[in-house]
Design a protein around this ligand. Structure first.
Ligand SMILES: [Zn+2]
Length: 490
């Protein structure tokens, strides 16, 4: 490979599994340019979608030719060949075709040597690309401090970086019919807005998965903020929670009914996806009320199995965080995140859970062992117990990379990158979006030493701004304001 080729190949995020510059020439993306699409999908299915895509990306109307084929390409994968005469895409499904166009958009340069661009240029390349992990997820939080356009921008970025799932955790931001009091009244959006985002994401190749915390984190607020989304506004609902308010009172049948109504309405609102995230992390002071205190593990088992069945009847699998299922005092997990205590007796509960519960193992550190990569024992444990495991890193870049490689090698279910309240600012988004997308799609990727990927991220944010029709200063880029850009607490 020519040493300058990296200036072309490193533009694409996540990095393709195989990409080669075939010559130094350029293909002109302009009205009437020839694009051949080879797939099992009919022209009637593809034509309007791809014309819309090309109009949005480059404001051009290519001359498409559609041929049957593409069976040898894996799901979401694609082959792309750009020569002087033609641009050819081969894929076996619509998301594969979409992914080829996302790659083309990132590869393209505007017209060179002129004042104002009238067309785009694609370098001559041969790409054979496919994801390492079938489940490539990102977890996005929607706070009162998150505007609708911000959550939309993150959804669009996730889709652009070839994630195929985004878990949406609403922190009191969706007003539901069953319990309109269950939201921050002054910030919450109506269902039509959420439905728009669900359908937008689907059109970009991304399935949105709703999350509702059915155990701990019942305040819908960060514990460091001291706010309680329901009890601050409606203190009469206190019986639904343990005395401190942080964890649901799972022995109260009214809490089960309340949560069932929220959960089913939320699942419907998200067009009944195949997964539903029930949270279940950090359930501090669980079982502390007079109703819960005795025989708590049985009560929690009944609670979890009830919701498992509720979603199974709807054709969906539940996903849950792993940490309450393992005990902190067990030396096997030294240095890794687990939140259970042996005295609350939940350490055997995993044996009672159906194996189709997807375990989301959030590990935010990087526990080097004798100079080697961490061995990530909790993920291995749940896999050996027969569960599908999603590795869930956060801001620790070495952890993101290591967990991506592990998920590929050990054939875990996939990855769910968490972002929490750090989804703003390019240097953080570089880890949360760029490196995690690479970890999920192409974990063997090695960054080029002298390529500043953040600048490509910034270009991609501009493209998303264009797609969204952003007009205001605070909407552009990765932060609302350059000075004091991260108003959230740590
Ligand atoms: Zn209780």
């Amino acid at each position: 490979m020519n040493s300058k080729d990296k200036f072309v190949t490193s533009r694409v995020i996540p990095a393709p599994s195989r990409i080669e510059c075939t010559s130094g020439g350029m293909f002109k993306l302009a009205d009437g340019c020839p694009i051949t699409v080879i797939s099992p999908l009919a022209e009637t299915t593809l034509s309007a979608i791809l014309q819309d895509t090309c109009n949005a990306y480059w404001k051009v109307k290519p001359s498409f030719s559609f041929q049957s084929g593409g069976d040898g390409v894996v799901e979401d994968g694609y082959w792309l060949k750009v020569t002087a005469e033609n641009c050819e895409i081969v894929a076996s499904d619509l998301n594969g075709i979409r992914n080829a166009f996302k790659t083309m958009r990132q590869l393209a340069e505007s017209e060179r040597g002129v004042l104002k661009s009238t067309c785009w240029l694609l370098p001559h390349v041969a790409v054979e690309d496919e994801p390492a992990l079938a489940f490539r997820g990102i977890h996005l939080c929607w706070f009162p401090e998150t505007t609708i356009w911000e959550i939309e921008k993150n959804i669009r970025m996730a889709a652009y970086y070839k994630f195929n799932y985004a878990v949406i955790e609403s922190w009191g931001m969706i007003r539901l019919d069953s319990h309109p009091e269950y939201c921050w009244d002054e910030f919450a959006v109506d269902k039509a807005e959420v439905s728009r985002l669900v359908k937008l994401a689907a059109s970009l190749g991304l399935t949105l998965i709703p999350q509702l915390n059915l155990f701990g984190h019942a305040t819908s607020s960060r514990c460091g903020a001291g706010k309680h989304m329901l009890l601050n506004q409606h203190p009469e609902y206190a019986p639904l929670f343990e005395p401190d308010g942080w964890t649901w009172c799972i022995a109260n049948p009214c809490a089960r009914k309340y949560l069932s109504e929220l959960a089913t309405e939320l699942h419907d609102l998200f067009d009944r996806p195949a997964y539903f995230h029930i949270g279940c992390d950090e359930a501090y002071n669980a079982g502390s009320c007079s109703l819960c205190r005795e025989n708590y593990p049985e009560k929690l088992k009944s609670h979890l199995l009830y919701f498992h069945s509720l979603f199974a009847e709807r054709g969906a699998r539940v996903m849950m965080w792993h940490d309450m299922l393992l005990n902190r005092d067990d030396p096997r997990w030294n240095g890794y995140i687990v939140c259970g205590h042996s005295e609350n007796g939940l350490g055997e509960l995993y044996k009672e859970l159906p194996k189709d519960v997807v375990i989301c193992d959030w590990q935010y550190g990087y526990q080097e062992k004798d100079g080697k990569e961490p061995d990530w024992p909790t993920s291995h444990f749940f896999q050996q117990e027969g569960f599908d495991v999603l590795v869930c890193p956060w801001l620790e870049r070495r952890g993101v990379n290591s967990l991506g490689r592990l998920a590929k090698q050990a054939k875990f279910f996939g990855m769910l990158e968490t972002t929490w309240h750090w989804y703003r600012a390019s240097h953080r988004m570089e880890t949360l979006f760029v490196f995690s997308a690479n970890a999920a799609w192409h974990p063997d990727w090695v960054p080029e030493n002298d390529v500043v990927y953040r600048e490509y991220l910034n270009r991609h944010l501009r493209e998303i701004d264009l797609d969204m029709g952003s007009k205001k200063y605070i909407q552009f880029g990765s932060v609302q304001y350059q000075i004091n850009p991260t108003p959230y607490q740590d």
